[in-house]
Structure formats: C-alpha cells, structure tokens
Design a protein around this ligand. Structure first.
Ligand code: NAD
Ligand code: WQD
Length: 353
C-alpha cells in the first residue's frame, strides 16, 4: 500500500482511476477544484468500493482546491507526513482539456496546465517526492505523422492545449535530467477515452459546451440533443468520416495503476512516454453503427463542414506500453458503447439531479 496524491481525481479519468487504486489498497489524497467535476463523486465511489465505509473513510481524502494554490498543496504534503502516510507518488490529471477553449483563452490554459504543474513539481521536490504519472495526450503528435503513431513519432502540437501538454512533458524531462535527484516519470499519452464504469455510477460529466464526439452521441441517443453533427464526410478514409483510436476508460484506469506500480518498483530514475490506445482505428460512422446495434437505438445525424484543426486519421501502436507495463486493453468498442450508454441513461444530467 502506498500514499498517492491524485490531482484532478474527481474528473472522468481520475475518478475511475481512484476507484481502482482504492481497491488495490492505496491511501489517496485527492485535490480537485471541481471546475469540470462534482463533489458528488465521493458518494458514488464509496458505493462502488468493495471494502466498506470504514476503509473508505481512511483511504479516501478529497480536498477541494486549485493546483496553483502553493499553500494548499504544501499543506497536503505536510499533513500526509503528520498522518504517517507521506505521499510517495503523484498522478497528475488536473488540467483544462478543450482544444477550442485553449485557442480562445490561451493564458488560462498556460496558467492552469503549465503554471499548475510547475507549482506541483516544486512542492514535490521540496518534500522529496519524485515519482509522477502525468496525463499527456495524443494531441502532442504532429499531424504530419503517418499512423500508427509510436512514441517516437514527431512531436508538434497544432493547438495551445497540445502545446501545454508538450511543455509539461519537457518540464518533467528536465527534472529527470538533474543528476542525483532520481525522478521517476511516466507521461501517458491518451488517445480517445470513452465508456464508463460498468455499474453506470461513474462516467464522463462534461460541463458547458460538449466538444467531444462520445458524450454528444450519448445525448443524441437520449433525445437531449436533436442530431449528431458529423464534421465532414469527405475525409480520405474508407467511409469519408474521421478515424480515431477509442479506448475504454476502465482500461485507461488500469494503465494508471500499472504505471504507478512500475515506477514505485523501479530502483532508479526513469522517464518514459507511453501511448494509451488500442492500436485500432474506428470511423465516426462505425462507432455510431456499433452504438445503435448494441444499444438498440437510432442516432439521427447530419453531415456538416469539417471542424477546423481536425485530422483524418489518428491511431497508434501500444507495443511499448504493453511490453513495459504488461498492459493491454481488454474491452472493445461494443463494451465502450454499452457502458457509456448505461451511464448516460442512469445519469441524464451527469451528477446533477
Ligand atoms: P476532466 O475535466 O474530467 O478531469 C480533470 C479534473 O481536473 C476535473 O475534475 C477538474 O475539475 C480538475 N481541475 C481542472 N483544473 C484544476 C485546477 N486548476 N486545480 C485543481 N483541479 C483542477 O478531464 P479528464 O478527461 O478526466 O482528463 C484528465 C486529464 O487527462 C487532463 O489533464 C486532460 O488534459 C488529459 N487528457 C484527457 C483526454 C480525454 O479525452 N478525456 C485525452 C488526453 C488527455
Ligand atoms: C472525434 C471525432 C470530430 C464531435 C480531442 C482532443 C484530444 C483528446 C481527445 C484531450 C473528430 C468528430 C466530434 C461532434 C463530430 N483530448 N466529431 N461531431 O478531436 O479526436 O480529440 O479529444 O487530450 O486532445 O483533440 O476527439 O471526440 O472531439 O472528436 O463529428 O459533435 O469526432 O471531428 O473527427 P478528437 P473528439
């Protein structure tokens, strides 16, 4: 059992990962500002946690606050030492993730994603905690690369959000390069995480405008949105719609547990970037047809103009991740559609009543 600080642990990927870490017996400090999540996640995770209320109270400590708040982060480290559960590692999810918003409000994205990360690692250094798993993204890769992408494909993000992710990867690389400090670092580059916990109790809870395909698709299926607007049917793909590498959120959460275990067991410093993907590309029409077939529903859709900044095809190899972490995705597109739709049906307004 280890003590772990999880930033952004109330969010989509963070909440699923927290549950798996709790089940593995870890002691969690979670910091989240709830800008894109809800404190109601606590009650949901507690309901799913198999070891009961007392263990949950002991293992799960959620602190509301901002990763840019130096005093707060420092107090979390201090109290973890006082409680004899000194933080040994950090999983750093907290951040803003809308590509569109990052182009409209770049200073906010640099401040939260980069400023917040700098704040965090400075305090980690001060408290001799030098193990971190960072949430990076497929957006770090150049759009000129050929698919499947691999970790050594060219890095050249085409938007501010992606640039903030590369900057944090570079920041972590420069820490790793400090002689004698022994930083242990994994950047996980996620492709398109979708789906939900099979219970339907936790899932993706986007606030405000929905930009990503899967939550939008769910809202069309539930009748909350009239139709799916598919951005372009003239892409150079087999059916003219864009191809992406969708990965089940439960597989993603398992990858975090394995990345953490890998680093905690590692006797010396390390720096790795790993793709979290399935290696398989699925077009929008294929995803939609799968969704309709496994969930026995109809998705009204229209084709509209291409979305600026999109690329035709994005999928990647997970060979390095599989060999390093002994991870491979266990769930397929049907599982993603079934589990995502269950979450949507049980929680049409997310965590709001
Ligand atoms: P999410 O928005 O559901 O989770 C992020 C969490 O961070 C939220 O709970 C939010 O309230 C919190 N947060 C934001 N700013 C904060 C701040 N300043 N201080 C404290 N907490 C703050 O998003 P997610 O999908 O779970 O993504 C988690 C991480 O993974 C993000 O860093 C994101 O950029 C990255 N990522 C996500 C995807 C994806 O498609 N979901 C893909 C690649 C990378
Ligand atoms: C998928 C496909 C759209 C909405 C983004 C970020 C990436 C990562 C995941 C964080 C595209 C099309 C979408 C809609 C549509 N996030 N689409 N109608 O663009 O692959 O990746 O989210 O790191 O960094 O860039 O995902 O879900 O937005 O889009 O036709 O209403 O669906 O054009 O082809 P994307 P997405």
């Amino acid at each position: 059992m280890s003590s772990i600080l999880i930033t952004g642990g109330a969010g989509f990927i963070g909440s699923h990962t927290c549950l798996q870490l709790l089940e593995e017996g870890h002691y969690l400090y979670i910091i989240d500002s709830f800008v894109n999540s809800s404190p109601q996640i606590v009650e949901r995770i507690e309901r799913l946690f198999s070891k009961g209320h007392e263990k949950f109270e002991e293992q799960f400590n959620l602190i509301g606050g901002d990763i840019r708040d130096k005093i707060l982060i420092e107090n979390i480290f201090k109290s973890s030492i006082e409680n004899k559960h000194a933080i040994e590692a950090v999983i750093h999810f907290a951040g803003l993730k809308s590509v569109e918003e990052s182009t409209l409000n770049p200073s906010l994205y640099w401040d939260v994603n980069v400023g917040g990360s700098i704040n965090l690692v400075k305090i980690m250094e001060k408290y001799n905690c030098r193990t971190i798993v960072f949430s990076s993204s497929a957006t770090v890769y150049s759009t000129d690369n050929k698919c499947p992408l691999s970790e050594d494909s060219q890095i050249k993000p085409s938007n501010t959000y992606g640039q903030t992710k590369v900057t944090v990867e570079n920041l972590l690389m420069s820490l790793y390069n400090i002689k004698g400090e022994d930083w242990k670092i994994i950047n996980l580059r996620y492709f398109n995480p979708i789906g939900a916990h099979p219970s339907g109790l936790i899932g993706e809870n986007p606030r405000g405008k929905i930009n990503n395909l899967f939550p939008y698709l769910n809202q069309v299926a539930s009748g909350q949105k009239k139709e799916l607007r598919i951005f372009g049917n003239d892409w150079p793909t087999k059916d003219g719609t864009c191809i992406r590498d969708y990965v089940h959120i439960m597989d993603l959460a398992e990858a975090h547990c394995l990345a953490l275990k890998y680093l905690l067991q590692k006797g010396k410093s390390d720096f790795l970037s790993l793709n979290i993907c399935t290696g398989k590309g699925t077009s929008i029409l294929e995803l939609m047809r799968h969704f309709e077939s496994v969930n026995s529903c109809k998705i009204p859709y229209v084709f509209v103009d291409r979305r600026p900044g999109d690329i035709a095809i994005s999928f990647a190899s997970n060979d390095l991740t599989s060999s390093t972490l002994k991870w491979s995705p266990k769930r397929n597109i049907s599982d993603m559609c079934i589990d995502g739709w269950r979450w949507q049906q049980l929680n049409p307004n997310g965590f709001e009543k």
